[in-house]
Structures are given as C-alpha cells and as structure tokens.
Ligand binder design. Structure first.
Ligand code: C2O
Length: 347
C-alpha cells in the first residue's frame, strides 16, 4: 500500500537520523480535523521560476519583501501555518521522525531516500511559493532557482548573502560565501575552482544520464506503507548526489549538526533551501525530457497514491498525492530556460 499522510495529532519528537540523538526542537504542525482533498486550481497566470543569479534587483526586492512578511507572521501568530518557522518545520516533521506513519505507531515517516523524494518536495515548494505570492498579492510570483548545475550559477546566489535582507541566514559555512565555487560532490577536497567546476559537470552528467538505467535509479527505490525509514542507498542518483552535496556545502560546520542546511530538521530555516530545491525539482523536469531507452514512468499505484498533508495559502489543511504533481505545468509553473552544459560532459 502507499504511504499515507501522517496524523498531526500524533506528531511527536524529532531526532537526528544519522546518530539517533533527540533534537531539542518541537516541529509539529498546528492540528486541524478539517482536511480537504486538494484539487489543482485552473491555471490563469503562469509562474515562471527564474534563475537566482540573473534576478533583477526589483525581483529580488519583491522576493525579500514576501519573505519578510512570511517571517512577520511568526511574530503575529506562531501557530499560523503560513509563517516562516511553520514552513521550515514541515521539513523537520517529515524528515526527522516527528511524524509516524498513520496506523504504524513508532514507524517514522521519512521523505528522503526513496521514490517519494521528488513528489514530496515538489508539493512542499508549490505551497511555499503560493503562500509567498499571496502575501504580496502577486499570483505570478515564482520561486527563484539556484542554478548550481551551470558554471554561471555555481556559487551561493548573492540575493541570499545580504545580512540586511529577509533572505539571509547566518547559519552557513562562512568560507563558502560568494564567490566561493560550490562543490556538488560530498566530501570532495578539490580547491581549484576550475577543477571543481569540471568535477561538478561530470557529476551532473553521471547522476542525470551516465549512471541511470531505470526510472527508480533516478527517482529512488520503492517506499510503501509500513516500511522502515529508507537508508541512504535507496535514494535516487540526484538526491544522493548534487542534492546532498549542496546541503552539506552550505551547512555551517560551527554547528553540531551543521545547521541550517546541513541537517534536515533545520534546512528549511535557510531561505536558500527553497531555491536549492527548486533546482532539484528542475532537474526532475529536465531528466524527464532526456531521451533514454528505459521508461521514465513509474506506474506502481503505491508510488502514484502516496500522499502528504500541507496547509495551503488560505490556511486550509489539504491532502495531496504524488500522482497529481507529475505534470508540473498543470500546477501553474515552469522554469526559465537555461543551458545545461553537463549534458555533453561525458567523462
Ligand atoms: Cu528534504 Cu533537501 O531535503
């Protein structure tokens, strides 16, 4: 059977999956019994997600203002599910064992290292983007993506590095502020920027093309109701590769769990998280269009019917299914077109 949405009223404490240590944080969402099945609204205006490194000052200011208002909600009413802390807590609750699987007490839900990784995070960004848009009354607001797969975007986007902006987060590796070149490979010790860029392009080629011979290689292995938390090797090539690489690279080594981006429970507290994940999501859209001799579709009902709960921009708790987010254009957004030089970077 498919993974079912958690019961918010049985949400408990969070722990670090690597060490098992309990975490000193309560990341449970507000409880509501009024759950609606989410229907994608008709698309009137498209949201085109732009590359963060090319953003106009005007767009960057608009994004920062939306986030400022989202942070302000934390102050006005900490239980407002649209507030920034509540948004960040979604990641903690779904990723650090606060939620159990409904009907399986003691069996944690984990949205990493399996085939629900991409759909869960797509829905998460979808509502985050809609909430930000509604806070500035802009139905076309689209989340900028951190274009780390292209040499031009291989540094933390500058919009996140201004201490006076709502987009800033102090909990980052200070040696990796722009213009340091991001390394997409966990644990790489390359220091020469030219070498890092070349390594990044080969890593991208491998995780998108060379090292992928089936849909689950890329998406992640099956994860079904009652299954224990999937171990790292069951994740897809992209999740285990550039996705984790960027988390670790930005996370702050001065903090015990490399907070913020370096641990799942805290990752959502860094605004850069959402732009990082927009590019992860973009990789999913690009992979779907690469010509391959294997099928990209996963037809298993346990994949298509796996479902999650989110609060929408009207504070309504809704349930969503993985199978309903596969056609992202129906969700009303797309990505600015940018070259993908790694496509021809066969090692
Ligand atoms: Cu849910 Cu990048 O992690």
């Amino acid at each position: 059977n498919p993974i079912k949405p958690p019961e918010f009223k049985s949400c408990g404490s969070a722990h670090d999956f690597a060490t098992g240590d309990p975490l000193d944080v309560n990341c449970c969402p507000p409880i509501s019994d009024d759950i609606k099945e989410y229907k994608l609204p008709p698309v009137h205006k498209k949201r085109v997600r732009p590359a963060a490194h090319k953003l106009s000052d005007e767009y960057a200011a608009k994004y920062a203002e939306a986030l400022r208002r989202m942070r302000e909600l934390d102050m006005k009413d900490p239980s407002d599910p649209r507030g920034f802390t509540q948004q960040a807590n979604i990641h903690c609750a779904y990723c650090n064992g606060a939620h159990d699987q409904a009907g399986f007490p003691g069996v944690d839900i984990s949205v990493h290292y399996s085939w629900i990784f991409f759909p869960f995070h797509r829905w998460y960004l979808y509502f985050y983007e809609r909430i930000l848009g509604s806070l500035i009354d802009d139905p076309t607001f689209a989340l900028p993506f951190w274009n780390w797969d292209n040499p031009k975007g291989m540094q933390l986007p500058k919009i996140f590095d201004d201490p006076n902006s709502a987009l800033y987060d102090a909990n980052r590796n200070q040696d990796h502020r722009p213009p340091a070149v991001v390394s997409l490979t966990l644990g790489s010790d390359a220091t020469d920027p030219v070498q890092i860029i070349s390594n990044n392009l080969s890593a991208m080629y491998n995780e998108m093309i060379g090292g992928v011979t089936s849909a689950t290689d890329f998406m992640g292995q099956p994860y079904r109701e009652g299954d224990p938390v999937p171990p790292v090797p069951q994740g897809g090539t992209s999740e285990r590769g550039s996705h984790i690489g960027v988390h670790a690279w930005v996370g702050d080594p001065r903090n015990k769990y490399r907070e913020d981006l370096g641990n799942f429970y805290s990752a959502g507290k860094d605004p850069a998280f959402y732009s990082h994940h927009a590019n992860v999501d973009r990789m999913w859209t690009i992979w779907r269009n690469i010509k391959t001799d294997y099928s990209k579709d996963i037809m298993d009902g346990d994949y298509l019917n796996s479902s999650f709960l989110f609060y929408d921009e009207k504070k309504q708790l809704v349930s969503v299914k993985s199978g309903d987010c596969l056609d992202y254009k129906r969700m009303g957004y797309e990505y600015e077109k940018i070259d993908t030089p790694w496509m021809n970077y066969r090692p």
